[in-house]
Design a protein around this ligand. Structure first.
Ligand code: ZN
Length: 287
């Protein structure tokens, strides 16, 4: 019996010996969570046999993408990255998924605040695109064909694109083109084996679906939630996901327009949108 199992055994005995209905419900949730969680793996913890299994089962491999950016005096600079990683922490108990270590060094931009003393850490998209290409090429070389980047930064403009997501999109496309050329040779698309390309494209099974980029919140959520920067929407979301990264007592230290609504934040509002985000993300990752 492993140390974890011995601990679990004692917890169970303690609960059963003087158990109320709440204790039992908690126990079911706790054990259930451990059992389901056992099916999921963080990439850095995977052994080669698990990687082979994940490739064979075409399990979605998710890269959390974020930035480090000033979010008012009351919120942590990692908000945009934490929004993705903490949602994935919850999502992984609900579906089989491989989660890669997050990439936090996106193009935050200095549009909100200059970096001096604010904590905004900007890396130019021109530097990100080649890095993204290398990263995706590496994942394709390993054998993954179901790769997803999830980002929460400036995603109200996701359809047209903003520097960080565009860099990762171009990196994804470039890596797929180069990978296909290096494995199938030039003129791969024109060869007779590809005569079903358009039907595969319709089905979503052509190679350009190997890597997809997603905003954390889809359009419907963005249109129905309080989508903002460090205001009521983001503050509520972070209060629910990582309460240790919000200090509501510092809200009065803000004097910026975009933080004015933050005083109306609550973790309850955050919890509601988290449910919608997880539901939508599961659907998008399963496609
Ligand atoms: Zn943000």
């Amino acid at each position: 019996m492993s140390q974890e199992n011995i601990f679990l055994f004692f917890v169970i005995i303690c609960f059963i010996s003087h158990s109320s209905i709440t204790d039992i419900l908690f126990l079911i949730f706790f054990v259930g969570n451990i059992l389901i969680k056992g099916a999921n793996v963080r990439f850095e913890f995977m052994l080669p046999y698990q990687i082979k299994e994940a490739i064979a089962k075409n399990i979605p491999v998710v890269l959390p993408i974020g930035v480090l950016e000033y979010h008012g005096e009351h919120m942590a600079v990692g908000m945009d990255t934490l929004a993705v990683t903490k949602i994935l922490d919850r999502l992984e108990s609900q579906m089989e998924v491989v989660i890669l270590p997050p990439f936090s060094y996106g193009a935050a931009s200095y549009a909100v605040a200059a970096p001096e003393q604010s904590g905004t850490l900007h890396v130019d998209s021109a530097a990100l695109a080649p890095l993204a290409e290398q990263l995706f090429t590496g994942l394709l070389r390993i054998g993954f064909r179901n790769i997803h980047g999830v980002i929460h930064h400036q995603t109200e403009n996701f359809a047209s694109g903003m520097p960080t997501d565009l860099a990762f999109k171009i990196g994804a496309r470039q890596s797929i083109f180069k990978f296909l050329e290096s494995t199938l040779g030039e003129a791969w698309w024109g060869s007779k084996d590809m005569n079903d390309y358009y039907s595969k494209h319709k089905e979503g099974t052509d190679p350009f679906n190997w890597i997809k980029l997603h905003p954390l919140m889809d359009n419907e959520i963005i249109n129905n939630y309080i989508f903002d920067h460090a205001g009521e929407g983001e503050t509520s979301l972070l209060m629910a996901l990582a309460p240790e990264a919000v200090e509501m007592s510092r809200i009065s230290e803000n004097n910026t327009w975009y933080t004015k609504s933050a005083k109306n934040s609550s973790s309850e509002k955050g919890e509601l949108v988290i449910l919608q985000i997880i539901k939508s993300l599961i659907n998008r990752l399963k496609k």
